[in-house]
Design a binder for this molecule. Structure first.
Ligand SMILES: Nc1ncnc2c1ncn2[C@@H]1O[C@H](COP(=O)(O)OP(=O)(O)OP(=O)(O)O)[C@@H](O)[C@H]1O
Length: 496
C-alpha cells in the first residue's frame, strides 16, 4: 500500500537529510503511528507519501504506483485516494460545516444529489449530525477537527494521513478524535498518524514507526510511544549500571561518537533486529514481490475484535485518561518540548532486559474506570513495563450500530454544470512545470536500470524549491501550480 525503498530526502539548501535511507512498508488496513522528536522527519514522511516532496534517492510506491511516474499534472488525481488531516484543521472560514465538507466533492465534480447524501452521512459519522449550518467559528476545536476529518474521508480515500491531528486539542477531545480515527480504520481505511501524544500511542497499542534524525529507528507492532533512544538509555542504565559512564549516558550523548565513527546510532542498531522481527518484510529484502509479502505477512489490525470494552465512549474515556495521565506525569501540556520526559521502555526493550511481565494487568474498560486508568498508568511510571494490555478497541456492537462510513455513489452520478465549472477551474491544464521533465527522465532511467529498453539518461537532479501549496492542492483537488487568486485567504488555522 505504501512502500519506501531506501528513501533519502534532503530539502533544498539543507546539509542534513530530513529522511535518511528509510525502508518501510505499510500494509492495507494498518493503523500506524509515526513518532519521533521534533524535526525527526515525520511530516516529511507524510509529505513524501502525498508527493508534496520527492525523494533525493530511493523509491516510493503508494497504492501500487511508483510516485516518480506520476506527473505533476496528475498529482491531484493521485491524491484523491488519500485523505489528509492537519493539526490546524484548515477549514474554510467563510463556509459552513456542510460546505466545508462538500467542497471536497464539488471541486471534483460530484453531483448535487450525491453531495446532498454523502455530506450528511459523513457528518453523522463524525458526530456532527445537525451541525451542517454552523460556521467554523461556532464550533469547538474538536468539532472543527471532525469537520476536517469528514472532509478528508467523504471522498472514500484508501489512505488517511493525519499530521498531529490532536495537537491542538485537549485530552478528552483528543480521545474522541482517536475513537473516530479508529472507526475509520476499522472500516478498512489505512491510517498513518504522526503524533507526539505518548498517552494515545501507549493506549492504542498499534504499529509504531519511530524516526530519529530522519532515520527509521524502530518499527514495532502493538507498541507504545517510548522514544527508542531513551528506552535504550534506560535499558543500559538498568542492566549495566556499574559499567563505564559512557554506557549509561543518555542516548543523545551516545549518538555523536557512534555517528562520527561512521556507524548507525546506538538506538538504530539496537532496534534493527526488533524492526526485522516486528515489521513486515520489504519486497526488496525478501526477493518476493510486495503483494506476496502483503498476503503472507499481513497481520492486519484487528478492526473490531475487542477484548473488553463495550462502547466508543469507553475508548474515548480510557484514551482521554491515558492522554491526561501522560500529560500530567510528564508535566506537560500539548507542547512538544518536554515530551521526551516520558520514557517508558518498549516491550521489546523490557523483554531484552528480562523485565517483561507476561501477566499484564488489564487496563480498565469502562468509562467510570477512567481514574483507574490514570492510576494504572501512574503505576506504570513507578513500575515500568507491567502494563501491556491492548487498548480498548471499537467493538463489533459499536460498528454494527454506527452509521455507514461510506455510501455508494448514486447510480447516475451526473456532473452538474456548476460542478463541472468548479472542476474545470480546479483541474484545468497548467503550464508544464520544469520538474515534470525530470520525473519522466528519472522514470525512463529507472526502466533502463531494470533491464528495460534503454531510456534517456536522467539529468542531474536539480534542487526544487518547496512549493507553498494551497488548501485545494494539499487536499488533492488542484494541480500544484501555485496559489490561485483567493486561495490564500482560505487557508486558515483554528478559528478558536
Ligand atoms: N520546507 C523545509 N525546508 C527546509 N527544511 C525543512 C523543511 N521542512 C522541514 N525541514 C527540516 O527537515 C527536518 C524534518 O522536519 P519535519 O517537519 O519532517 O519533522 P517532524 O518530525 O515532523 O517535526 P515536528 O514534530 O516538529 O513537526 C527538520 O530538520 C526540519 O528543519
Amino acid at each position: 500500500m505504501i512502500r519506501f525503498d531506501s528513501v533519502t530526502m534532503t530539502y533544498p539548501g539543507q546539509g542534513r537529510p530530513a529522511l535518511d535511507d528509510v525502508t518501510v512498508e505499510i500494509l492495507r488496513g494498518e493503523f500506524v503511528f509515526l513518532v519521533g522528536a521534533s524535526g525527526s522527519g515525520k511530516s516529511s514522511f507524510l509529505r513524501l507519501i502525498l508527493k508534496e516532496e520527492r525523494p533525493s534517492a530511493g523509491q516510493i510506491h503508494v497504492l501500487g504506483q511508483d510516485l516518480r511516474r506520476i506527473s505533476t499534472r496528475k498529482v491531484p488525481y493521485f491524491r484523491r485516494n488519500l485523505g489528509v488531516v492537519f493539526q490546524d484543521f484548515r477549514l474554510l472560514p467563510n463556509k459552513n460545516v456542510f460546505d466545508n465538507v462538500a467542497f471536497a466533492l464539488r471541486v471534483i465534480g460530484k453531483s448535487r444529489g450525491f453531495i446532498q447524501t454523502a455530506v450528511p452521512e459523513t457528518l453523522r459519522l463524525v458526530g456532527l449530525d445537525g451541525k451542517g449550518k454552523r460556521m467554523p467559528h461556532e464550533l469547538s476545536g474538536g468539532e472543527q477537527q471532525r469537520v476536517a476529518i469528514a472532509r478528508a474521508i467523504v471522498n472514500k480515500p484508501q489512505i488517511l494521513l493525519a499530521d498531529e491531528p490532536t495537537g491542538n486539542l485537549d485530552p478528552v477531545t483528543s480521545a474522541g478524535i482517536m475513537t473516530l480515527l479508529e472507526r475509520i480504520n476499522a472500516s478498512g481505511t489505512t491510517v498513518v498518524m504522526a503524533t507526539h501524544e505518548a498517552g494515545i500511542v501507549d493506549q492504542m497499542q498499534r504499529r509504531v514507526i519511530e524516526l530519529s534524525s530522519g532515520e527509521l529507528v524502530r518499527d514495532e507492532r502493538s507498541a507504545g510511544y517510548a522514544i527508542t533512544s531513551e528506552a535504550v538509555a534506560r535499558e543500559v542504565e538498568t542492566t549495566d549500571a556499574a559499567a563505564a559512564p559512557a554506557a549509561a549516558a543518555p542516548a543523545a550523548r551516545a549518538k555523536a561518537p557512534a555517528r562520527a565513527g561512521g556507524g548507525r546510532k546506538p538506538a538504530a542498531r539496537t532496534s534493527a533486529a526488533r524492526t526485522k522481527a516486528a515489521a513486515p518484510p520489504v519486497a526488496g529484502e525478501t526477493g518476493e514481490p510486495a503483494a506476496a509479502n502483503a498476503v503472507a505477512t499481513t497481520a492486519p489490525v484487528e478492526p473490531v475484535a475487542a477484548p473488553e470494552p463495550t462502547s466508543a465512549e469507553t475508548t474515548a474515556a480510557a484514551a482521554a485518561a491515558a492522554v491526561a495521565a501522560a500529560r500530567s506525569t510528564t508535566g506537560r501540556g500539548t507542547g512538544k518540548s518536554s515530551r521526551k520526559k516520558k520514557a517508558a521502555p518498549t516491550d521489546a526493550v523490557l523483554h531484552d532486559a528480562g523485565e517483561f511481565d507476561t501477566t499484564a494487568r488489564e487496563v480498565p474498560a469502562t468509562g467510570e474506570d477512567a481514574d483507574a486508568v490514570v492510576a494504572a498508568l501512574r503505576d506504570e511510571e513507578s513500575a515500568p513495563g507491567t502494563i501491556t494490555s491492548a487498548a480498548p478497541k471499537v467493538t463489533r456492537e459499536v460498528m454494527r450500530d454506527a452509521p455507514p462510513l461510506y455510501i455508494e455513489p448514486e447510480a447516475t452520478d451526473e456532473v452538474t454544470d456548476e460542478a463541472a465549472a468548479i472542476t474545470a477551474a480546479a483541474t484545468a491544464p497548467i503550464e508544464r512545470l520544469p520538474d515534470d521533465a525530470d520525473e519522466e527522465a528519472l522514470a525512463a532511467a529507472s526502466d533502463a536500470d531494470a533491464g528495460g529498453p534503454p531510456g534517456r539518461p536522467a539529468p542531474a537532479a536539480t534542487p526544487r524549491k518547496s512549493a507553498n501549496l494551497t488548501l485545494a492542492e494539499r487536499l488533492g483537488l488542484r494541480s500544484p501550480a501555485g496559489p490561485r487568486p483567493g486561495d490564500d485567504d482560505q487557508e486558515v488555522g483554528p478559528v478558536k
